[in-house]
Design a protein around this ligand. Structure first.
Ligand SMILES: Nc1nc2c(c(=O)[nH]1)N[C@H]1C(S)=C(S)[C@@H](COP(=O)(O)OP(=O)(O)OC[C@H]3O[C@@H](n4cnc5c(=O)[nH]c(N)nc54)[C@H](O)[C@@H]3O)O[C@H]1N2
Ligand SMILES: Nc1nc2c(c(=O)[nH]1)N[C@H]1C(S)=C(S)[C@@H](COP(=O)(O)OP(=O)(O)OC[C@H]3O[C@@H](n4cnc5c(=O)[nH]c(N)nc54)[C@H](O)[C@@H]3O)O[C@H]1N2
Ligand code: SF4
Ligand SMILES: [Mo]
Length: 747
């Protein structure tokens, strides 16, 4: 039997599984059980942290008992990301620390004489030596540029520093080409700057919030939800465009159950109505924008009647909602969304969203978008990085010219040898991203992995990507380590400190330590001239008028906005935007220069074949991607996903509620695990919906293994955005299998 070079291995616990995990956590209810003063009275130690359960990065206080066990995390009252309240996942972050299935020691892959593969435990010294030897070999034989970093989360700073010191700047995060990349490129093309995180949406002051796919409420980005609920209390009009009756739709004045994949037609029709009726901010458009005449000409035939045939949204509803937006302007937000990699024309869809906001004059205006005020801390001094001879872009000559970050999928593709390339990637360092669940088309990811000479995975849990690693490095959780200072732009800029609330469990270590030790073994000591991270943090904090000691006391510190920075601008203020015309570009000259449509166009997308339904996916309030599926506190709240099926479709297939089915996609890929049916009117008859992040294959995840199904393995059709390389993932169609299929899935 031919074995592949790299089989998936479930990580063996090798006799350490029985260690006690001391200190059960307080039950998660999403509410605070004790006030800060009560917790202080309970003689608990309080340490500053910011949450890593998702990337909203709420700041909080972690409380640990006199045995050193973390008992509770609460939101920091001065933090604008959370205003003193964490979401259920943030409160349940204690479960990440307590999870007895965590990675406990470094592991090295070994292949037996029979070709079978397993992991053996290793010391840190041995594991890091192993990596250093391989990295030196790759640098000597192919150049250091052939090693890439995939990273999501705070440790990325340290691994990025190591990689750049080694000689590569191929650093990618799935939060770009699998998430918000298209909207950043659209915003840069229109307003000359990106949105970033948290998005500067002035939701709490808005009079009209339009959500196009953004399922706020299921998407639990904390401050944003709090502001949306304030806006609802103040009678703001909510308009939700979503083929599914989302939580947000249920709080909306208008729900537009759009036919999936047709949003650009609706957006063009809205522009048509605003311009034809004169329902736009004439003074703003006149003073600040470029290309109005071209836009007017472009949208002149995109009537609501035209859009009705495409979107199934009644012309009268399109007109009425356009009027609502104008009535509220400039206190109106057409929300840019976050996970916007849907159909491959996503940058153009987000351009249309940006243009609508510009017509209504909401950018830089109260109740629209505020101008985020930046803050930063200086970088710790180090020698200049060596200049890499190649970057990931060289693998894609003439393509994705407007991408402003590395593409995770691009690096994956460029790892598979091709005659057009003289060098492919040979080494991956993967920090905090479960690529098997994160990158679409798993067939491609697996093929790339087979071509690697080195795959290092740094994670806290035995997940799917760790199963393919040559070396696994166990990171301690965010509650057991220092990390970089959180600097945030918000209405008021803040800095926040993360310090350890407990010692690292087992033999886990913080990322900063691993990167420094590996740097030492690679002969890069000049880049790591500090004893420990406290030295860096204290140095940085002192440069901005604080100190480590002060931040341990404060947790969060409000910073002075830069001289002359504006939260909103008054009509008439002279402003120069960072576009080539210095104006807000309704007509994007940067797109035209690169040969892309300077004004967005609607193009039809394929429809589901007979007997198939569009695979729609999204979030559940109590989980984050695949990272929380084994969290003991959060599995208490939800321990599997279900597939939402319209009653009409259920009838055709004879499906019952709670029945388990397998899903099969258009390429004949069948889900590895079955999924429970949930029959509901909340989903259109042409689609099904499931929550991302379930259906884990690694048996070492005792609570997550085999619970629910994974959307990721069913996403094999990827529609690449020609402008910036994002991976459109919503062009997949599934059908039902009620019997266990002979062949397994892709996981
Ligand atoms: N099919 C499908 N794919 C998607 C999406 C989708 O909805 N469906 N969503 C996309 C979006 S919007 C995004 S942003 C990405 C998210 O992609 P990822 O960030 O890759 O998401 P996760 O699956 O949660 O993987 C995170 C990994 O980090 C590990 N981890 C958690 N904490 C730490 C830590 O402190 N240190 C280290 N070293 N590791 C840690 C977890 O155990 C887990 O293995 O996925 C994208 N891909
Ligand atoms: N609880 C929780 N919250 C999270 C996360 C998490 O993992 N868990 N992850 C965070 C991250 S990184 C991201 S990027 C965001 C993602 O969250 P968002 O950016 O809000 O959502 P999307 O994934 O883009 O969109 C999901 C919604 O789009 C709808 N939809 C599907 N197809 C179409 C279509 O063709 N047109 C329209 N108009 N709508 C459509 C779906 O029905 C669903 O309601 O969530 C963030 N918040
Ligand atoms: S929104 Fe929730 S999970 Fe995300 S950082 Fe804040 S508390 Fe943590
Ligand atoms: Mo995301």
């Amino acid at each position: 039997m031919k074995t592949s070079r790299r089989d998936f291995i479930k990580i063996s616990a090798l006799g350490i599984g029985a260690l006690s995990i001391g200190g059960s956590s307080l039950k998660v209810t999403g509410k605070t059980l004790f006030s800060p003063s009560q917790l202080n009275k309970l003689m608990m130690k309080r340490t500053s942290t910011y949450c890593e359960v998702c990337f909203w990065k709420c700041a909080g206080w972690a409380y640990s008992d006199n045995k050193g066990n973390i008992q509770k995390i609460i939101g920091h009252p001065d933090d604008p990301h959370c205003n003193g309240r964490l979401c259920p996942r943030g409160t349940g972050g204690v479960g990440m620390y307590n999870d007895e299935d965590r990675l406990k020691t470094p592991l090295i892959r070994v292949t037996g004489a029979d070709g079978s593969q397993t992991f053996r435990e290793a010391s840190w010294d041995e594991a890091l030596d192993y990596i250093a030897v391989k990295m030196k070999k790759i640098a000597a034989e192919h150049g250091p540029e052939c090693v890439a970093l995939f990273t999501h989360g705070s440790g990325g700073k340290f691994w990025g520093h190591l990689l750049k010191a080694y000689g590569s700047n191929n650093i990618s995060a799935p939060s770009y080409a699998q998430c918000r990349g298209p909207r950043e490129v659209a915003w840069i093309g229109t307003f000359g700057e990106e949105l970033g995180s948290p998005e500067p949406t002035d939701i709490r002051n808005t009079k009209c919030l339009v959500l196009i796919g953004s399922h706020i409420g299921e998407n639990m980005h904390n401050g944003q939800i709090q502001e949306m609920s304030d806006a609802i209390d103040q009678d703001a009009t909510i308009i939700t465009v979503d083929p599914r009756f989302s939580t947000a739709a249920s709080h909306s004045k208008y729900w537009l159950p759009i036919k999936p994949a047709t949003d650009i037609a609706l957006l063009l029709a809205w522009m048509h109505v605003l311009i034809q009726e004169g329902w736009y901010d004439k003074a703003y458009v006149e003073k600040y924008t470029y290309g109005f005449d071209q836009l007017k000409e472009h949208v002149k035939n995109f009537t609501p009647e035209w859009a009705y045939g495409i979107t199934t949204i009644e012309p009268e509803v399109i007109r009425k909602t356009a009027r609502e937006m104008f009535n509220a302007s400039p206190a109106v937000i057409i929300h840019p969304g976050r996970h916007v990699t849907w159909y491959g024309d996503d940058t153009q869809r987000l351009r249309a969203v940006a243009i609508l906001n510009a017509l209504l004059g909401s950018w830089g205006r109260r109740g629209g978008f505020y101008m985020g005020v930046e803050t930063s801390v200086p970088g710790f001094p180090h020698p200049e990085y060596p200049k890499p001879k190649r970057t990931w872009r060289d693998a894609f000559p003439g393509q994705y010219s407007l991408a402003d970050s590395a593409l995770a999928n691009g690096i994956c593709d460029a790892t598979i040898p091709a005659p057009t390339r003289d060098c492919s990637f040979k080494g991956w360092i993967v920090n905090g991203t479960n690529l098997i669940f994160t990158l679409p088309d798993l067939r491609n990811t697996k093929k790339a992995i087979q071509n690697l000479e080195l795959l290092v995975v740094i994670d806290t849990m035995p997940v799917e990507i760790t199963g393919y690693a040559d070396v696994v490095l166990p990171e301690c959780t965010y509650l057991e380590r220092y990390d970089e200072i959180r600097t945030s732009k918000h209405r008021i800029p803040t800095i926040a400190l993360r310090e350890p609330a407990a010692d690292p469990k087992w033999d886990s270590k913080p990322g900063w330590w691993m990167a420094k030790e590996l740097g030492h073994k690679l002969g890069l000591d000049d880049f790591f001239k500090y004893k420990n991270i406290e030295e860096i943090l204290d140095w940085q904090l002192k440069k901005v008028g604080s100190s480590l000691e002060e931040m341990k006391r404060l947790g969060v510190k409000k910073m002075k906005p830069e001289e002359g920075s504006l939260l909103y601008f008054e009509p008439g203020t002279d402003i120069e935007f960072s576009t080539s015309t210095g104006k807000i570009e309704l007509y994007a000259t940067s797109f035209a220069d690169e040969g892309f449509d300077p004004l967005p166009k609607y193009t039809p997308h394929p429809e589901p074949p007979q007997g198939f339904y569009r695979l729609n996916y999204g979030r559940a309030p109590m989980h984050t991607f695949s990272r929380t599926a084994n969290n003991p506190n959060l599995t208490d709240l939800m321990d599997e996903n279900s597939v939402w099926v319209n009653p009409k479709v259920a009838k055709v297939w004879g499906l019952e509620n709670d029945q388990y089915v397998w899903l099969e996609n258009q390429d004949g890929i069948v889900s590895t695990f079955p999924i429970k049916v949930r029959i509901t009117e909340r989903i259109r008859w042409d689609s099904v919906f499931m929550v991302h992040g379930f259906g884990h294959k690694n048996e070492k995840l005792t609570r997550a293994h085999g619970r629910g199904a994974s959307d990721s393995e069913l996403i094999t059709n990827v529609m690449i955005d020609p402008i910036m390389g994002g991976t459109g993932m919503r062009g997949n169609f599934v059908t039902f299998r009620t019997e266990k299929p002979g062949k397994g899935g892709l996981l």
